[in-house]
Design a protein. Structure first.
Length: 347
């Protein structure tokens, strides 16, 4: 009698866009399609957004990255294999993975339910290979389900740029009818304006130059303030002072100049990431009890809220798509600041 042998199915190799050393260029390589471990799923990636934070992987700006590494934390795809012990997710289910790529459930913050600030937070594309590949492994606690009517390429940018603006605004304390300013009309700002409009705020979009004025209004801005031609802080004061200013453009100087545009109890929410200091005097903050707060993305549950709200309200990212093989070109396009507005890789 012949002995039965269990043979693991041989998977075709997959394409990966990887960085093999800090400062290196994108390389398209073939790798063996990975098998999910316990508590993980394998995702057949359909789309992955190209985010400015991918520079952390490309240039080595985050401590402890192990190379080669595939960046990508705006991942939309379909579960195609389950690891041991995974019961709450099904094969064929559409899922996304954003900046929050896993938490340990054991640190002090996790025990307090503050998963966003987990001391051992995992980030796709930094802690493990992200969405710049045809198949990706992810732990179940990183998964967000994608509503049926959202296309993969539209869902992807909502998992970082989208959740960041949506979550920052919904936790800001601004109420319907309040004046909310969105500084910067780019990858983050063009989503921030849409969410702010759908939340029922009076939206002031602030950009440099007049060229984005009509687009900002189309996205839902009530007024457009050209910070090159006018003093934007004074313009906000003329409108009564902003309850919230969400600063999306990575310019500490521009943020500093806006602080005097806050009204009483006003809040500057900082989401545009830079390394140089914001300048503010204690008197500026004390007068009118103003605050400055930073905000980072959110949990996968927050991602699901973002996606559902986008589905409900019609908020969509404006995107430019590139095939995975052109990851280098896509990255350059994103870094140029000229993309309208999010760059997305399509597998
Ligand atoms: Zn990002
Ligand atoms: Zn933790």
């Amino acid at each position: 009698m012949a002995t039965m042998r269990v043979v693991a199915p041989v998977l075709a190799p997959m394409k990966v866009a990887q960085i093999s050393k800090p400062g290196g260029n994108f390389e398209i390589v073939e790798r063996e399609t990975p098998t999910p471990g316990p508590g993980q799923v394998r995702i057949k990636v359909q789309a992955c957004g190209v985010c400015h934070s991918d520079a952390l992987t490309k240039e080595g700006g985050w401590p402890g990255i192990q190379y080669p590494r595939a960046p990508g934390h705006e991942v939309a795809g379909t579960i195609d294999e389950l690891g041991a012990g995974v019961s709450a997710w099904k094969k064929g289910q559409r899922v996304g993975v954003g900046w929050h790529g896993g938490h340990d459930n054991t640190c002090r913050e996790c025990r307090r339910g503050d998963f966003r600030n987990c001391q051992n937070l995992k980030i796709p594309g930094i802690s493990y290979d992200g969405g710049y590949q045809q198949y990706m492994l992810a732990p179940v606690e990183a998964l967000a389900s994608i509503p049926d009517t959202l296309k993969d390429a539209e869902a992807a940018p909502l998992l970082c740029a989208g959740i960041t603006t949506y979550n920052a605004l919904r936790h800001s304390g601004a109420l319907p009818g309040d004046l909310v300013a969105v500084q910067g009309i780019g990858g983050l700002g063009h989503l921030g304006i849409q969410f702010a409009n759908k939340f029922g705020y009076k939206v002031a979009a602030i950009g440099r130059g007049s060229e984005n004025s009509s687009l900002a209004k189309k996205l839902g801005a009530t007024v457009y303030i050209d910070s090159k031609a006018t003093n934007a802080a004074q313009a906000l004061q003329k409108l009564g002072g902003a309850r919230v200013i969400m600063a999306t453009a990575p310019s500490s100087k521009a943020m500093s100049e806006l602080i005097d545009g806050l009204g009483p109890n006003g809040e500057l929410i900082v989401i545009g990431a830079t390394f140089d200091p914001i300048e503010v005097t204690p008197i500026q903050l004390i007068t009118g009890s103003k605050t400055i707060q930073g905000w980072a993305a959110g949990t996968p549950a927050d991602s699901e809220d973002t996606l559902r709200f986008a589905e409900l309200s019609g908020v969509r990212p404006m995107i430019e798509t590139y095939p995975l093989e052109k990851a280098g070109e896509a990255y350059e396009r994103m870094m140029s600041g000229k993309a309208q507005f999010r760059v997305v890789l399509i597998m």
